[in-house]
Design a protein around this ligand. Structure first.
Ligand code: B1M
Length: 210
C-alpha cells in the first residue's frame, strides 16, 4: 500500500496520531505537500463524506476523521504558500438569529474545510444584518444558514430579504440546512439550495461554485 493510500486510510479511521506521524514522515521523505493533501488527506475525507451520507459512519467518527485531517493540514500549512493552498471556494456560515444550536453546523464546517473550502464561521444567533455585513466584508460565493428550531427557521427568509434589500442577492448563493428544514421550505423562501447533512452540504456547494 502506498503512503498516500495509508494516509487516506488513517483519516477514514480517525487515527489522528497515525495521520500526524505519517504526514510528517511523508514531508521528511520529500513528498509534495499538495500531493499529500490531495491524494492522502482529502482522498480519505472524500470517502468519509460518502460513507457518512450513506449512513455507514456516524457523527463521532466523522469528527475523529476531521481531526485526523486537520492534524495533517497543520503540519503542511507552513510549507504551502497561501496562494497555492487548494481552495474549493469561500463560504460564510452561521446559525440564524435566536438559535443556539451549533453541533450540526460545526460538522458542516469541519467537512467543508476538509474538502478544501475556506469557511468563515460567524457562530450562533446571527441576525440578518450580521450576515449582510459578512457578505460585504468577505465576498463569499455561498452563504450557509443553519437552523434547528421551527421558530428560528423563519429568520432564514429574513436573511434572504436583507440580502435583497442591500442589492447583494445576485452576488451570493444561499444554502440552508438543519433538522426542520426541507427542500420545499428552501423553494418557498427563495434559497438556492437545501442540504440534509454535512456531506450533502459539501457536495451542493461544490456543484454551486463549479
Ligand atoms: Co435543542 N432542540 N433546544 N438544544 N436540541 C432540539 C432541536 C429539539 C428538536 C429537541 C426536541 O424537542 N425534541 C427542539 C426543537 C423543536 C422544534 O423547534 N421543533 C429543541 C428545543 C425546543 C430547544 C430549546 C427551546 C429547549 C428549551 O430551552 N426549552 C432550546 C433553544 C435554545 C436556542 O437555540 N435558543 C434548546 C437548547 C439546546 C441545547 C443548548 C441544550 C443543545 C444545543 C447545544 C449546541 O448545539 N451547542 C440542544 C440540543 C443538543 C438539541 C438536540 C438534542 C440535538 C441537536 C443536535 O446537535 N443534533 C435536538 C434534538 C434532536 O435533534 N434529536 C434539539 C446532532 C446534529 C449533528 O444534527 O443539528 O440536525 P443537526 O445537523 C445535521 C443536519 O441537520 C445538517 O447537517 C448536520 C450534520 O449532518 N445541517 C445542515 C445542520 N445545519 C446545516 C446547514 C447546512 C446544511 C446542512 O447548510 C448551511
Amino acid at each position: 500500500m502506498s503512503d498516500f493510500t495509508s494516509l487516506a486510510e488513517l483519516v477514514i479511521n480517525g487515527n489522528y496520531n497515525g495521520a500526524k506521524d505519517l504526514t510528517q514522515k511523508m514531508i521528511d521523505n520529500g513528498n509534495d505537500p499538495l500531493e499529500i493533501i490531495n491524494q492522502g488527506l482529502m482522498a480519505g475525507m472524500n470517502v468519509v463524506g460518502v460513507r457518512f451520507k450513506a449512513g455507514d459512519m456516524y457523527v463521532p467518527e466523522v469528527m475523529m476523521s476531521a481531526k485526523a485531517m486537520s492534524t495533517g493540514i497543520e503540519l503542511l500549512k507552513p510549507l504551502i504558500a497561501d496562494k497555492d493552498m487548494p481552495t474549493a471556494g469561500k463560504v460564510v456560515i452561521g446559525t440564524v438569529k435566536g438559535d443556539l444550536h451549533d453541533i450540526g453546523k460545526k460538522l458542516v464546517v469541519m467537512m467543508m474545510e476538509s474538502a478544501g473550502f475556506e469557511i468563515i464561521d460567524l457562530g450562533v444567533d446571527i441576525d440578518p444584518a450580521a450576515f449582510v455585513k459578512a457578505v460585504k466584508e468577505h465576498s463569499p460565493q455561498v452563504i450557509g444558514l443553519s437552523a434547528l428550531l421551527t421558530t428560528t427557521m423563519l429568520s432564514m427568509k429574513d436573511t434572504i430579504e436583507a440580502l435583497k434589500e442591500e442589492g447583494l442577492r445576485d452576488s451570493v448563493k444561499v444554502v440552508i440546512g438543519g433538522a426542520p428544514i426541507s427542500q420545499s421550505f428552501a423553494d418557498e423562501i427563495g434559497a438556492d439550495g437545501y442540504a440534509a447533512d454535512a456531506a450533502s452540504a459539501t457536495e451542493l456547494c461544490r456543484r454551486i461554485i463549479a
